[in-house]
Design a binder for this molecule. Structure first.
Ligand SMILES: [Zn+2]
Length: 346
């Protein structure tokens, strides 16, 4: 049989339901699809191709999925380290974004972000930023697959000088990108429950529901945010979003560090998903998300790196390393977050 591409001699980590690992495996690809995965060595009669890749010394595994990125932030890498979130955001990130994040810079910074992800094994990402049109355009140029969410915030933002236009801008963006490419899926990214009003959240969710696209939001990231929402609305950030009607299976809650038993039950019942970003949570000293509890409650958890200003890179292998260790030391239990679980999250 003649194939378009054959990859052999590598260790295949299948990530199938049995988590099979084939030490010396052969993968045959035809018409853009994997036809066979089998133990090697490759039989020269059975396996023919003009394009044979020798993966000796390497691992062959499914492309990684980075569930939370702000790709243009490669431009802000290392700009404000060793600060708490609110100071980091208000004194450094927001002013610098206002000054430098135009559509041209966003495109160039996103190209760099896509290149860094592809070089570290990530083939799909879920991004949220302003000028997201330029982010999606850059992604299209690199061939990476992803969900790209136009940012919504109730302040002046890059590309949205009047916050009264934030919903209209997100709606126009979503409609424009709905059917452009099978690799690109639009989305709406509301910054957080403390930077978007209830009305903004409801209107943004309406756009995502009517287009059947993902709704992304930073949620319960810091103790400060928890206290702010609690004093303003009398409930936790997760319960506030539930009351607002934001939670369903098409909502991704990013971080979810400050969540209690009730919050976790609510997230699980609504089928919302969580993006776990341990390095960003460590850098900004936000806390440790109760991921083992999320998993026990059958919540889908994916790994994310967050933007390069709070990590400082989009490398999911490094994120997997941290995710595998931080919960062990936090719970003083080396059996939580085994390697297979962490790979499945990535
Ligand atoms: Zn983020």
């Amino acid at each position: 049989m003649k194939y378009d591409t054959i990859i052999h001699n590598g260790i295949i980590v299948t990530v199938n339901s049995n988590f099979d690992i084939i030490i010396d495996g052969v993968i045959c690809i035809k018409n853009g699809k994997i036809e066979t995965v089998s133990p090697g060595p490759a039989d020269r009669v059975a396996y023919q191709s003009e394009n044979i890749i020798d993966a000796r010394g390497g691992i062959i595994m499914p492309g990684l999925v980075n569930t939370h990125t702000h790709l243009p932030m490669t431009l802000l890498r290392g700009i404000a380290d060793d600060l708490p979130l609110f100071e980091w955001l208000n004194d450094y990130i927001f002013p610098l974004e206002a000054k430098y994040m135009n559509s041209g810079n966003v495109r160039i910074a996103s190209l760099l972000g896509c290149a860094e992800m592809l070089l570290s094994g990530t083939t799909t990402c879920c991004d949220g930023y302003f000028h997201e049109d330029s982010v999606a355009q850059a992604a299209l140029e690199t061939g990476i697959r992803g969900v790209f969410g136009q940012g919504v915030i109730d302040f002046t933002a890059p590309g949205v000088p009047d916050p009264a236009d934030n919903i209209k801008t997100a709606g126009r963006y979503a409609e424009k990108w709905l059917n452009v490419s099978p690799l690109i899926r639009p989305s709406v990214f509301c910054h957080s429950p403390y930077t978007c009003s209830e009305v903004t959240l409801i209107k943004a969710k309406r756009i995502t529901r009517s287009n059947n696209i993902l709704f992304q939001i930073h949620t319960a990231e810091t103790k400060n945010e928890y206290d702010m929402i609690m004093s303003k609305h009398g409930v936790s950030p997760v319960r506030y979003l539930q009351k607002t009607g934001i939670l369903d299976e098409m909502t991704i809650l990013v971080h979810s560090v400050w969540t209690d038993e009730d919050d976790i039950r609510i997230i699980s019942e609504h089928g919302s998903k969580i993006s776990h970003n341990p390095q960003s949570n460590m850098k900004l000293a936000s806390g440790i998300a109760p991921v083992p509890e999320f998993l026990k409650n059958r919540i889908t958890v994916g790994l994310g790196t967050d933007g390069c200003a709070s990590n400082n890179d989009p490398d999911l292998f490094k994120e997997m390393d941290v995710a595998a260790k931080i919960h062990k030391v936090n719970l003083l239990d080396p059996t939580v977050m085994d390697a297979g679980t962490v790979i499945q999250m990535a």
